[in-house]
Design a protein around this ligand. Structure first.
Ligand code: IPE
Ligand code: IPE
Ligand code: MG
Length: 255
């Protein structure tokens, strides 16, 4: 890779998404119940948040519970809901102190009233923080996100305030979750599986993908730093040729 390309690409990702997978297997390997792995996964969340703060990465999106995870055994689902509530109540003060803005994305209507109230309170408390936006995807699905955006625009079309031809990629994007934040740059999945599992389908269009074997509870600064280093070393072309990108980089360097 040329020096110029490195200069263009060596910026840190501005938005990192993580599919935090492997909690269940981590616990099972130690002969423990799956929920033990989910609990230990919370420590890994703390580490990831703290590294993003240290590096100045402005947006982090964590996949905590997918729209498909309701299919799991009832006791695992209810343990996850309890854990979600517990962590929310326990961690919100520390997040606030650490300048983190909490933003939950997904269809929250399926959650208990108590959980919904706690989410609203935590979001309200941290709404003015500018250190890091921590998006937690809960009952989230990439398809839901796209359907949700479509419904919002369809309502405007039905009301006569939006012409169908006015639905452009730019307008559509404005109805997608986290549109006000930087574009998703890096998508990491832990746990060894190579799939998206209905995570950020729209947002991942040009994200760099990083699939790693580490199970989520073992995710630490070194693993995260390696993923970021891999991102930094890649040439992102966005449909252009490598030569065009290098020319652009040379211009950036000179200008
Ligand atoms: C990810 O870990 C956490 C959630 C989906 C809530 P898993 O629970 O999917 O762990 P594995 O993939 O079974 O090991
Ligand atoms: C994706 O993991 C969802 C979360 C990490 C929250 P899953 O473990 O649910 O994904 P699949 O079912 O293996 O695709
Ligand atoms: Mg899994």
């Amino acid at each position: 890779m040329s020096e110029q390309t490195k200069v263009l690409n060596n910026a840190l990702p501005q938005h990192v998404g993580i599919i935090m997978d492997g909690n269940g297997r981590w616990a099972e390997r130690q002969g423990k119940p799956r929920v033990w792995g989910h609990k230990k996964g919370v420590d890994a969340v703390r580490r990831a948040v703290s590294l993003c703060r240290k590096l100045g990465i402005p947006s982090l999106t964590l996949f905590a519970f997918s729209s498909e995870n309701w299919r799991r055994p009832e006791d695992e689902v209810s343990s996850l809901m309890e854990l979600f509530l517990f962590v929310l109540q326990k961690e919100v003060k520390a997040l606030h102190k650490n300048q983190v803005r909490l933003n939950i994305i997904g269809d929250l209507s399926k959650f208990s009233d108590k959980l919904q109230q706690n989410i609203a309170k935590a979001q309200e408390l941290t709404s003015g923080n500018t250190g890091l936006t921590l998006n937690v995807a809960a009952n989230y699905g990439g398809r839901w996100d796209i359907i949700n955006a479509s419904q919002q625009m369809a309502k405007q079309v039905a009301a006569g305030s939006l012409a169908p031809e006015a639905i452009t990629e730019e307008l559509f994007a404005k109805h997608i979750q986290m549109h006000e934040q930087p574009e998703l740059d890096l998508l990491i999945r832990t746990g060894g599986d190579i799939r998206i599992s209905n995570f950020l389908l729209w947002q991942a269009a040009y994200a760099e993908l990083c699939f790693i074997e580490t199970l989520w509870p073992d995710f630490d600064d070194q693993v995260f730093a390696d993923a970021i280093a891999s991102f930094v070393s890649r040439e992102r072309r966005f449909g252009c040729t490598g030569a065009q990108i290098r020319e652009l980089a040379a211009g950036t360097v000179q200008g």
